[in-house]
Design a protein around this ligand. Structure first.
Ligand code: CS2
Length: 491
């Protein structure tokens, strides 16, 4: 079968939506770092729609910071790929044209530098996952001792990290008398723009204080709330792309029909008409971010750990178990009480819609995919709402249970004895902590809770909270995940 390329566009069946603009007529205006499935299902689609609605030189050059897989799949396809939307009427295919070029920074640092310093580059967006920022959870600032960040600080002209590249490129632009671009974080971190701004300024201050001052004065860091559930592609994704669009596509991506993007409207040199594509431009995205991180991602983590341990492969399987689904709803109800009102959003309806999205029978979203990187995900999703709930006298029981479920997941085997993979930047620390803690579940829970990179002392030293986590872990180990979930619902 022929590979999907520019030449194939005119041969796509009428049922497949294709770029409604002349790709060659729009130059690159955005450099995106981290061309993973999420970017392809979210920002690239908004940009595709914005180009069709309002034009502009806003196509995207995608850069992989580590692995070459995106380049290898997309470069032979002229940046084109099939997006499969899994809705109730069966899968729908669409071909996205927003990516103009895809490369890998370690393979082609010169081209990476050229793109980041081109006057036409006005936005540098990122989906690099929580762990790639170089954030020190204890201070909220830059972890300068982390090996990748330390290496970039020692050779700032040959960076490998996202923050290192942004500082390097902004420095070259300043020296050349060019205007800055706007860095745009699209990762699931609270106040992701403010966090990125702080990391970039702290990094710059260590290599060139004048540059740090220029960045502080000239470079906005808008925050964004991003949302679209995007499972990792499988053979089935690729097979659906072949069947529906008629071409071989190694970059095919699958996603749900729902999509949401709330963007703080502060850009140094303009932006695509993302609002024409359905994005919400807001003065303050914090209420939206907290809502999404706590109600969607927090519930997702609860689902992932309880499900993976109970041997449930997909999110939809967890939602099919009455007790676990009830626990998810109870968790959402509880954490919703920590939230400020969100403009234009009915929080009850939002929670119901989320549970329907989780239950989508067409989506095979693996629990072990969401379970990855727990040390990075727990703080904004479960620790912060728990702390707030404790402070304000609101319910926190389900947060404790979700944390205990994560601890049980760390044991590395599900309840039928199958291996559970641990993929986490703190994996070594987690394993060492457990090895030193002995075999009693209560001791193991207390040892993990004492890890300050994940749990602030205000939480780990809160007697009732720590005791509940320890008891829940003991109960999960003794009675099993489902009985323990039922007990948590009752208590
Ligand atoms: C998930 C998210 O893998 C995870 O941690 O919770 O990727 C989630 O699917 C997205 O944030 C949805 O917008």
């Amino acid at each position: 079968m022929t590979r999907l390329t520019e030449a194939a566009l005119c041969a796509l069946p009428a049922s497949v939506q294709k770029p409604a603009y002349d790709r060659t007529a729009h130059a690159v205006g955005i450099v995106h770092l981290g061309v993973g499935a999420f970017h392809k299902a979210h920002q690239a689609v908004y940009t595709d729609d914005a180009l069709a609605a309002a034009g502009g030189d806003w196509r995207i050059a995608g850069i992989g910071l580590r692995r070459p897989d995106a380049e290898e799949a997309l470069a032979p396809q002229d940046g084109l790929y099939t997006l499969i939307e899994r809705g109730p009427e069966g899968p729908r295919a669409r071909v996205i044209g927003a990516l103009a070029e895809v490369l890998t920074a370690p393979r082609d640092p010169a081209r990476t530098r050229a793109l980041l310093t081109a006057p036409s580059t006005r936005i540098v967006s990122l989906t690099v996952t929580e762990k790639a920022y170089g954030l020190d959870p204890a201070t909220g600032g830059l972890d300068a001792a982390r090996p990748d960040i330390a290496a970039d600080l020692a050779s700032p002209d040959a960076p490998t990290t996202a923050v290192g590249w942004i500082v390097h490129a902004l420095g070259l632009r300043r020296t050349a008398g060019l205007a800055p671009f706007t860095p745009l974080s699209c990762d699931n971190l609270p106040e992701n723009g403010a966090v990125l701004g702080r990391l970039v300024r702290e990094f710059a201050a260590r290599v060139d204080p004048d540059l740090a001052a220029w960045i502080a004065a000239e470079v906005p860091f808008p925050s964004t709330m991003v949302d679209r559930i995007t499972p990792a592609s499988t053979d089935e994704t690729l097979a659906d792309a072949r069947r529906l669009a008629g071409f071989e596509d190694e970059a095919a991506t699958e996603t749900e029909p729902f999509t949401q993007w709330v963007i703080e409207d502060r850009f140094a040199a303009g932006r695509p008409a993302w609002d024409a594509a359905g994005a919400i431009l807001a003065a303050d995205v914090r209420p939206y971010e907290a809502m999404k991180l706590r109600l969607l991602n927090g519930a997702h983590s609860l689902i992932a750990y309880s499900g993976a341990v109970a041997g449930l492969a997909h999110v939809r399987d967890v939602m099919g178990r009455e007790d676990l689904a009830a626990l998810v709803a109870a968790h959402q109800d509880a954490v919703a009480r920590t939230l400020a009102p969100v403009p234009g959003i009915d929080l009850d309806a939002y929670q119901r819609d989320l549970r329907a999205r989780f239950a989508n029978p067409a989506m095979a979203h693996r629990t072990v995919q969401i379970a990855m990187d727990g040390s990075q995900k727990l703080p904004p999703r479960l620790v912060e709402p728990a702390l707030e709930a404790l402070e304000r006298g609101l319910p926190w029981r389900t947060c404790a249970f979700a944390i205990a479920a994560w601890m049980r997941f760390l044991e590395g085997r599900d309840e039928a004895g199958a291996e559970l993979p641990l993929s986490d930047p703190l994996a070594e620390t987690l394993r060492a902590t457990l090895a030193a803690a002995g075999s009693d579940p209560g001791d193991r829970a207390r040892a993990l809770l004492a890890l300050e990179a994940i749990f602030p002392p205000t939480l780990s030293r809160h007697d009732a909270f720590a005791r509940t986590v320890a008891e829940d872990l003991a109960r999960i180990v003794r009675d099993g995940m489902l009985p323990a979930a039922r007990a948590a619902l009752e208590g």
